[in-house]
Design a protein around this ligand. Structure first.
Ligand SMILES: [Zn+2]
Length: 238
């Protein structure tokens, strides 16, 4: 991951958050999904009156199933993005080979729109195309850069890993806490983990920490309450 760091006139170093957005969003989403879906499922099964072994087994199954579905979903969606990028780059390569003047005008106009004078924009476009025509068009016309380039396998592995990391705390809680206190322990450990995740995500992404904590804790608590209520009702009828 490339870190963008600028040094101000007074020597102050500034690290930009933008290059973190891609992997951060996938990691927080995956971990949040892992915590909320696994803890809700465990709370639901526990509230149905199932035995400790059954609760633990369903938790392990939820972790594996969730991690695989996240990986599959991420791989499929990022592969589709990669296909689109490849098709756009092939079109661009063809246009650069067959109508370089039109392409030069296109790039020049993009720089004029960004505020350069037509002459300077034309010169910048000419020099950038001389250095790396496809790279310049990919970056400034199509918005494909090193940061945004689609990496399906990396995305799938990162998603499955972050889901699994998220699912572990509620699962370990069930493994360590005996039957009467299971639900209370799941709720406590889950809300704590969600608060930490909200805090970490906001800290890394430059967001508002406490608002982010409240946001993830609220939705996590709601998901657990609804699932536990459903589990309790269904368990009573079975
Ligand atoms: Zn172009």
């Amino acid at each position: 991951m490339q870190v963008i760091e600028t040094v101000a006139d007074d020597g102050h170093h500034a690290v930009h958050y933008i290059n973190r957005v891609g992997w951060l969003r996938a990691a927080v989403l995956g971990a949040n999904d892992g915590i909320v879906s696994t803890s809700s499922l465990l709370a639901g099964i526990a509230a149905s009156g199932a035995g400790h072994g059954a609760i633990l087994l369903s938790g392990i199954a939820a972790l594996v199933a969730g991690a695989m579905s996240m990986a599959a979903g991420e791989y499929v969606s990022v592969s589709a993005q990669a296909d689109t990028e490849r098709a756009d780059l092939a079109k661009e390569r063809h246009a650069l080979a067959h109508q370089p003047e039109t392409e030069w005008r296109e790039l020049r106009d993009i720089y004029v729109e960004r505020g350069l004078s037509p002459d300077l924009a034309g010169e910048v476009a000419r020099q950038l195309m001389a250095a790396d025509a496809l790279g310049a068009h990919a970056r400034d016309e199509l918005g494909i850069s090193d940061f945004s380039k689609a990496r399906p396998v990396q995305a799938a592995v990162a998603s499955a890993a972050s889901f699994s990391v998220g699912a572990l705390p509620p699962l370990l809680t069930v493994a360590l806490v005996p039957a009467p206190a299971t639900i209370a322990a799941i709720v406590a450990s889950t809300l704590l983990c969600l608060a930490l995740l909200g805090y970490a995500g906001a800290s890394l992404g430059g967001g508002h920490r406490y608002r982010s904590m409240v946001r993830v804790v609220f939705w996590g608590a709601l998901a657990m309450a609804l699932t536990a209520g459903t589990g309790h009702m269904v368990g009573a009828t079975l």
